[in-house]
Design a protein around this ligand. Structure first.
Ligand code: AMP
Ligand code: ZN
Length: 436
């Protein structure tokens, strides 16, 4: 058996060799928690869940460490918390909790570590400090910028000519910038923005530095696999590489860089800004999690997926047939033909073709379990999405702290009308259930 993975850095499939087979290490860029995740955001989570499952199978479950971060400092978060009248922490906690529930319903295992950016400000400042003293970064007008010309081999991951990179980065022209491509490591915060004291003034980190800090803290200065969607290749991953390599002095940050293709609607990337998105929760109100999961796996992870009703219906029928075939059988072993397909750069379409050919009910059952499709179906509760409920609970807590009991009761009654019952104790709401 050999595991082959496509490495964006090498532009080819490579024979995967972990630095330490006793401790295989993978980092995946996680969500920015300001709003409910859409089904496109679920794709990298699902793809890397499958990579995680394969690695655990090959190296042993106790020998793989999967880190997926939560980005909880971002200007979109500030804006949304203000709109909602709740604290940033309440918004990010509620959104992260809803995200965890959404991806668990899709059969994704939780990562081993789920670091929050705001818990790693000291590590970010340490890297920025190293970059400044080694001449790779400079402070100017409350900002700290990474100096791209200070790194002669910048651009290895995206391999695009400099003028294209400049256009792609949509770089702001700012008086404090020395080079067009230089990017922000630290920026100043006003009194009403989140911020931390630093040698460069009260401020907050740029986006890219977060992942350099969290991956180094939890996986070390170099590790095996780094993943995310293809839109992260540039600038996010390119800049993570620049920061980590220049700060720590290694030739690589991660050995293998893996990127999933887009989930599309009518040929266009699903995105918040296009407005063509459906949330994971909305999809789960209509379809069981394993149908959604199988529907994603029908397409190879590097290809675009067109998200259609017809595709979901077909996946539902396939699962029903597999369930029929495996009904009542105790799971035995995972089909070697399916494992072979997955070892070939996660060839899920071939794995599914192989699953159709499994006649042994026990093997089919074990293989479905391995792929994250449970043998039984859990019905999804209908109604308000979890994020919305958690946000309204947070809003209610804020008005209660302001002793506005009338508004507190109004929010409780409004939720009750939607079938959601809150359970309060003296500190606020501890849990909620759907009215039976
Ligand atoms: P964003 O919310 O844009 O920060 O994206 C969070 C993660 O979801 C990143 O890894 C993106 O690459 C990924 N992503 C966003 N939209 C899509 C999409 N339509 N298809 C696949 N992956 C996506
Ligand atoms: Zn990242």
């Amino acid at each position: 058996m050999k595991l082959h993975l496509y490495n964006t850095l090498a532009r080819s499939k490579v024979d995967f060799q972990p630095i330490d087979p006793q401790a295989v290490r993978m980092y995946v860029c996680g969500p920015t928690v300001y709003d409910a995740a859409h089904i496109g955001n679920a794709r990298p989570i699902l793809v890397f869940d499958l990579v995680y499952r394969v690695l655990r199978h090959v190296y042993g479950a106790g020998h793989v460490k999967y880190v997926r971060n939560i980005t909880d400092v971002d200007d979109k978060i500030n804006a949304r918390a203000n709109e909602r009248g709740i604290s940033i922490r309440e918004l990010t906690e509620a959104t992260a909790a809803a995200f965890r529930a959404d991806v668990a319903a899709l059969g994704c295992l939780p990562p081993d570590v789920e670091p929050r950016a705001t818990d790693h400000i000291a590590e970010m400042q340490e890297i920025i400090h190293r970059l400044i003293i080694s001449g790779h970064a400079y402070a100017a007008e409350g900002h700290v910028l990474f100096s791209v010309p200070s790194m002669p081999d910048y651009g290895q991951l995206s391999r695009r000519p400099l003028d294209e990179l400049i256009a792609g980065a949509r770089v702001d022209v700012a008086p404090y910038k020395r080079g067009d491509m230089d990017f922000v490591l630290w920026k100043p915060s006003s009194a009403n923005e989140p911020g931390w004291e630093s040698p460069w003034g009260f401020g907050r980190p740029g986006w890219h530095i977060e992942c350099s800090a969290m991956s180094a803290r939890h996986l070390g200065e170099t590790f095996d696999i780094h993943g995310g969607g293809i839109d992260l290749i540039f600038p996010h991953h390119e800049n993570e590489i620049a920061q980590s390599r220049c700060a720590f002095g290694h030739d690589v940050m991660a050995n293998v860089w893996m990127h999933n293709g887009f989930l599309q609607v009518e040929g266009r990337k699903m995105s918040k800004s296009e407005g063509n998105f459906i949330t994971i929760r909305d999809v789960l109100n209509d379809w069981p999690g394993d149908v959604v999961r199988l529907n994603m796996m029908k397409t190879h992870y590097r290809q675009p997926i067109d998200w259609t009703m017809a595709g979901l219906k077909e996946s539902e029928a396939i699962l029903a047939a597999w369930r029929n075939k495996s009904a009542g059988a105790a799971p035995s072993m995972i089909a070697p033909t399916v494992l072979d397909a997955l070892y070939d750069d996660l060839n899920t379409p071939r794995a599914i073709t192989q699953m159709h050919q499994l006649d042994d009910a026990g093997i089919l059952s074990a293989t479905m379990g391995f792929m994250g499709m449970a043998a039984t179906v859990e019905p999804q509760p209908a109604g308000l999405p979890d994020t919305e409920i958690l946000l309204r609970i947070a809003q209610r807590l804020a008005v209660r702290q302001a002793r506005n009991w009338a508004e507190s009761d109004r929010i409780r009654d409004e939720l009750l009308a939607e079938g959601v019952v809150l359970k309060d104790n003296k500190d606020g709401t501890t849990s909620w259930t759907y009215k039976s």
